[in-house]
Write a protein that binds this ligand. Structure first.
Ligand code: HEC
Length: 97
């Protein structure tokens, strides 16, 4: 029985191997955050799940909106544990975006 399974698996894995193709991923540059107080905290937490472009493409959002946005990201699973970091992130975002 074992030999029978191997006899099936080996040719299968060989034929899968032949189908491996390389693809080129387009190089979309990640926008850099503006310099400022709190930038490192934002980079640390806000680039885990998506590019920082989600931040840099925003314009002139209010503190209230940024607060809600950060809360939403925490609901999504952003591992920001203390209020100090939340405040630093919101302050940076409000000032710069
Ligand atoms: C746990 C993963 C995760 C982390 C960490 C995270 N985000 Fe997001 N973010 C998401 C998801 C998922 C979406 C897409 C939501 C949608 O399509 O509605 C998103 C979308 C966004 C958007 C686009 C607007 C929107 O609400 O859809 C902004 C702005 C944003 N994130 C900012 C941030 C900021 C600022 C941080 C850091 C505090 C952060 N994200 C960290 C998961 C995350």
């Amino acid at each position: 029985m074992k030999r029978f399974i191997l006899a099936i698996l080996i040719p299968l894995s060989l034929s899968f191997g032949e189908n491996i193709k390389t693809i080129e991923i387009p190089n979309i540059p990640d926008n850099k955050l503006k310099d400022g107080k709190g930038k490192e905290v934002v980079e640390q937490y806000c680039s885990i799940c998506h590019s920082l472009n989600y931040i840099t493409m925003q314009k002139g959002l209010s503190k209230k909106v940024w607060e809600a946005e950060v809360k939403k990201m925490i609901l999504f699973g952003a591992p920001i544990e203390n209020q100090k970091d939340i405040d630093a992130i919101v302050e940076y975002l409000e000032k710069n975006y």
